[in-house]
Write a new protein. Structure first.
Lengths: 341, 328
């Protein structure tokens, strides 16, 4: 009801506004100037924090989005984008850009500097990577991280990056659009399995690794390569939300791997083991398919989120007690946690 | 001492002013002014307003199995919805269900279709749909629009753009630059107030190619044939059975212009009505016809099966006849 009133008021306001316009008075571009000015200032402020990444190295197993095209090692590398998130040269980017064994990375900044850089960590689940450039005595301008948790379709957003390699002078290009949808993708190319932010602003090859930002210039997500959504068959430009990435940044920054139990849970809310990975830690500890997880190191587990939180506080090699329910009886096992990239 | 105090006060005032201005500048840089957020706030509200009328269309069956056969439709009346013709070919035409945003399912039957407008009509048994609020008039070129679909996700998916041109498809459709694809075809195109302007339609089966050239059939057009759609008619473009000159857009035997008939198809409606080559059509159904554009505009308001009254000139003399348009 309250919402309806807001909408009604808005409708009246807009109605009055458009009525004025139609009544023959001079149209008022002034009303659009604040938005235009905001965009101009914001692009100017964000652009220096969007760098171009040039990566070379021995190709790994082709990523899903490349598997159906030519061998990536023979493709000319136009380079994607990266987001400066710390003045000392810490750069957040998309994992596809650094999917090489021993990648050689060069960072090109908006003011024409070429900085040597190295790969800090790749997270294969988030599908992002951290790169560290050496900015010497001149620190890099870092972007502020925002939140995508309150994003809804229709919100104004901008994409930044190096589409089709056009950023020859390494100044990034930008594009305005709206949030198309927030939710999981159904696409062969998509690696990240959580909710993503699909946008109608331009996303093209070379935008991957660049930021999706709001009107305040805060990072909402990391752009990924285009994906064809199998439900709508639409090509979607999308970003991996920063809210999923931010909690992992500290661990990734240390090059650390996340602790892992070495098992898969069944679909749905139940914490039931669907499969144990052969020779991984859960199997070694005697966890069986069909076991229900009850507690992790003394913490009761009610949801999958509980397990995720508990795991996030552990490191590979930590020893934990896992309580299970097997065919109605409680079983306790000791697991030496493994790691995943 | 006193002078010193005054200078100090002045300095303080000045520096306070400078500080305030500097803070203001910083503030302006970090935070956009509220006016700049008007559009950012307006678009999600427009979407909220139309959302109850946006429907998922899919074959009856478990929703999860049908995710890739789900398309979008929009409710025009409590028991009447439309979607685009290309999308229904993907969904299939048997045992359709419409799912509203509250998750309620409505059993639907496919009724008529309009090949001119590229839309298909659906009727629901329970009459429980929420009719979309309608825009009072067609927006002009340059107006902001949102194209919305229900094909995937819990909330409508949105693309944003403007009216690129009016009067496309022989005057039947708007051209828009918001992305129109499999995600929103058959759904809704709305104005800044969330009022329905028309239905985004696909012109071919290239579902995912966002070229920036999309088409929208105005809701007012669809409503003019609502009765025929409900009756299950297959509405086709109406043909007169005449050929028009290629290079004479403005041939004018009189000062008032008109459209010269280049030739008539034998046994076609025009020949049956007594029209011949070189007759000049000057009026159709009471609308004066000065150019081929006028001619097409009147013709596009009609469909196969419609009767149309023609006033024409033959050797300078005016005559009137009536013919019945046929399908291709």
């Amino acid at each position: 009801m309250k919402n309806r009133r807001v909408v009604a008021t808005l409708a009246v306001l807009v109605g009055v506004g458009s009525g004025l316009l139609r009544s023959g008075r001079a149209y008022e571009p002034e009303a659009a100037v604040p938005l235009e000015e905001t965009l101009r200032k914001m692009v100017e402020r964000v652009a220096p924090s969007v760098v171009r990444l040039q990566v070379d190295g021995r190709a790994q197993e082709p990523r899903p989005e490349r598997r159906f095209f030519r061998d990536p090692s023979t493709e000319p590398r136009e380079g994607g984008a990266g987001i400066v998130i710390r003045a000392d040269g810490l750069i957040l980017t998309h994992a596809s850009l650094v999917a090489f064994d021993l990648p050689r990375i060069e960072v090109l900044t908006g003011n024409g500097r070429r900085l040597p850089a190295e790969l800090v960590a790749t997270d294969t689940k988030l599908d992002v990577a951290l790169v560290k450039a050496d900015p010497g005595s001149e620190p890099l301008p870092a972007l502020e991280l925002g939140t995508a948790s309150d994003l809804v379709p229709g919100r104004l957003v901008l994409t930044f990056g190096n589409p089709f390699g056009v950023a020859r002078d390494s100044r990034p290009s930008s594009s305005l659009g709206v949030v198309r949808s927030v939710g999981p993708l159904d696409a062969r190319e998509a690696v990240f399995e959580g909710n993503v932010i699909a946008v109608d602003a331009a996303v093209n090859p070379g935008n991957e690794g660049g930021p999706l930002v709001d009107l305040d210039g805060r990072v909402l997500g990391v752009l990924a390569p285009l994906a064809r959504d199998r439900r709508s068959m639409a090509m979607l430009g999308y970003a991996i939300p920063i809210d999923a990435i931010a909690p992992e940044l500290e661990r990734l920054g240390k090059g650390g791997r996340a602790a892992s139990l070495g098992l898969f849970l069944s679909a749905g809310p139940e914490l039931v083991v669907a499969r144990v990975i052969p020779q991984a830690c859960a199997e070694k500890a005697g966890v069986k398919e069909g076991d229900r997880l009850v507690s992790f190191d003394g913490t009761a587990l009610k949801t999958k989120e509980d397990l995720k939180k508990a795991l996030a506080e552990k490191r590979p090699g930590n020893k934990v007690t896992l309580e299970l329910e097997r065919e109605g009886t409680k079983v306790s096992v000791e697991v030496v946690l493994g790691g995943r990239e | 001492m006193r002078r010193f105090a005054i200078v100090l006060v002045l300095l303080l005032l000045v520096s306070h002013g400078v500080a305030r201005r500097t803070m203001h500048a910083l503030h302006a840089q970090d935070k956009p002014p509220e006016e700049a957020r008007a559009l950012d706030r307006t678009l999600p509200r427009a979407i909220e307003r139309i959302a109850p009328s946006l429907l998922k269309v899919r074959p009856a069956g478990p929703a999860a199995d049908m995710a890739r056969k789900t398309r979008s439709a929009v409710a025009l009346e409590r028991d009447f919805a439309v979607m685009d013709a290309v999308s229904i070919a993907i969904t299939g035409v048997d045992d359709l269900v419409l799912e509203d945003p509250a998750g309620k399912l409505h059993k639907a039957h496919v009724r008529g279709r309009d090949s001119r407008l590229r839309v298909v009509a659906l009727e629901v048994e329970d009459g429980g749909l929420v009719p979309a609020p309608r825009a009072p008039a067609l927006p002009e070129a340059g107006s902001f629009l949102l194209a919305l679909g229900a094909t995937y996700g819990a909330k409508p998916n949105a693309t944003f753009g403007i009216v690129s041109a009016t009067g496309r498809f022989e005057g039947r459709a708007l051209q828009v630059d918001c992305g129109i694809d499999g995600a929103n075809a058959g759904g809704a195109v709305v104005d800044l107030e969330g009022r329905l302007v028309g239905v985004p339609v696909l012109v071919d089966r290239k579902l995912g190619d966002d070229s920036g050239v999309g088409f929208v059939v105005p809701v007012a057009r669809i409503l003019t044939v609502e009765d025929r759609l409900r009756a299950g008619d297959d509405i086709q473009p109406g043909l007169m059975g005449i050929g028009l000159p290629q290079d004479e857009p403005e041939i004018s035997p009189s000062l008032d212009g008109g459209v010269r008939i280049e030739g008539v198809v034998s046994d076609g409606p025009a020949q049956k009505a007594g029209l011949q080559a070189n007759d000049v059509i000057v009026k159709m159904d009471g609308h004066s016809v000065k150019s081929i554009k006028d001619f097409l505009s009147v013709l596009s308001d009609h469909a196969a099966g419609d009767k149309i009254t023609i006033v024409y000139l033959r050797e300078g003399r005016e005559a009137t006849t009536t013919l019945t348009l046929v399908a291709r």
